[in-house]
Design a protein around this ligand. Structure first.
Ligand SMILES: *Cc1c(COP(=O)(O)O)cnc(C)c1O
Length: 414
């Protein structure tokens, strides 16, 4: 990157040469907003409400209960799972859409403990997303003998990975810093120690290339409402490598995970495949937006998305460096191999600055205690958006216009 100041013309030139630029029109974004929070909640894909209406009015309204068969509701979560799984390097039959990421963490950790009966420890990272830690804590409190060891508090990966460890639960891209782990190397280290590797892909699915098969991952879970635009609370996914299907048991053994739910048998017998990770009736309405989103993902290449994501991040980092006079410190690795699809900047007044930025139409978010977080979703974010966002941020820093009571007032969701 040259040291000469970057100007709008350069950003526009990058947009003119961008092969993904045409996809912006495929998303419903309000005018006057630069949306850099798709890592928290993606916007709707254009056509989502029409698809929802079709499911409500036709499949449900006309077909009624017949749609479980006639509209193939019964297998929809698996078919969408297969479509999503292609983005993650999974084979057909290894991914299913269900429940929330939190609930799915419970299922796969319990399954991993069951697959490693002589081992009773779960390893995670002290800085992992809280729900991951809370669910692991819940399992440790609930299952006799299970303990949770945290990298950064209880030791290093090398010191914590011993013959007691059943599962290692890590998030591939850190929600705070955007730092990305080496999936293949980490998986190898975990498995060499005899433990199973569970990946949280909340900030990876639809954001960075993921190859679960090449990495040899055991389990993975993640959200679809972030980079995959399934809507607030949209159902999550579970990946389980096929080699574990026969033996993996998860304790939320609801009837939809049964080998034959409509046999109404008294005893639970798990489905032979990925359906054993289902619990109850799938949320058919909530699956509709994900289907609309996957229609797009099947027409774009994740490598193109990655290339643009890194270029957007590079541009933002360079602009912040040039225009914000050192007031904001990036906590995101500059090296491409170590970075996801977001940039986080540290400032003691990050909360008020982000609120002021949002008031100017640039939407990112705040992560306690002092981070401004900007997610880059290359399908609908332009280089000029990034230019404008960085200029708005620089102006706020230069003028101090963020320093007002209205911007310091804390809302429940940050
Ligand atoms: C967003 C996120 C979650 C969210 O879990 P939900 O059950 O959908 O609330 C979990 N893990 C990570 C790493 C996340 O970033």
């Amino acid at each position: 990157m040259s040291a000469a100041p970057i100007d709008r013309a350069q950003a526009r030139a990058l947009d003119a040469a961008d092969p993904l630029a045409r996809w912006r029109a495929a998303f419903d974004l309000p005018p006057g907003v630069i949306y850099l929070d798709g890592n928290s909640l993606g916007p709707p894909v254009r056509g989502t409400s029409a698809r929802l209406r079709q499911v409500v009015d036709e499949e449900w309204g006309r077909g009624l209960i017949r749609s479980w068969n006639d509209a193939a509701w019964f297998t929809r979560a698996e078919r969408l799972g297969d479509r999503l799984g292609r983005l993650l390097g999974a084979e057909p039959g290894e991914t299913v859409i269900c429940d929330s990421t939190s609930v799915n963490i419970f299922k796969v950790l319990a399954a991993a403990l069951h697959l490693r009966p002589g081992r009773r420890a779960i390893v995670s990272d002290a800085d992992n997303f809280p729900t991951d830690l809370y669910i692991a804590q819940g399992i440790a409190a609930f299952v006799p003998g299970v303990t949770l060891r945290l990298i950064g508090v209880d030791g290093t990966p090398a010191s914590l990975l011993d013959e007691q460890v059943a599962a290692v639960l890590l998030t591939h891209v850190d929600y705070r810093t955007g730092a990305m782990l080496d999936m293949a190397a980490t998986t190898r280290r975990t498995q060499t120690a005899g433990a199973l590797m569970v990946w949280d892909l909340a900030h990876s699915a639809g954001a960075v290339p993921v190859d679960l098969a090449a990495a040899g991952a055991d389990f993975a879970i993640g959200c679809t409402y972030k980079y995959l635009n399934s809507g607030p609370g949209g159902p999550a996914f579970v990946f389980a490598a096929r080699r574990h299907h026969a033996a993996a048991r998860q304790p939320l053994s609801g009837w939809m995970g049964h080998a034959a739910p409509f046999a109404f048998a008294r005893a639970f017998e798990p489905d032979p495949g990925i359906r054993r990770f289902l619990c109850g009736t799938p949320p058919i309405l909530s699956l509709a937006p994900l289907a609309a989103s996957l229609d797009i993902w099947e027409q774009v290449g994740i490598d193109d998305v990655r290339r643009k994501s890194l270029a957007l991040g590079d541009l933002f980092l360079a602009l912040v460096e040039q225009r914000c006079g050192g007031a904001l410190i990036s906590v995101t690795p500059r090296a491409h191999a170590l970075r996801g699809s977001q940039v986080s900047l540290r400032h003691p007044d990050a909360y008020a600055i982000m609120q002021a930025l949002i008031a100017r139409g640039v939407i990112g978010d705040f992560r306690t205690p002092d981070l401004l977080r900007f997610g880059f979703a290359p399908l609908y974010t332009s280089f000029e958006d990034v230019f404008d966002a960085a200029c708005a941020l620089a102006e706020l820093i230069a003028t101090g216009a963020w320093d007002r009571a209205e911007f310091r007032r804390r809302q429940p969701v940050t």
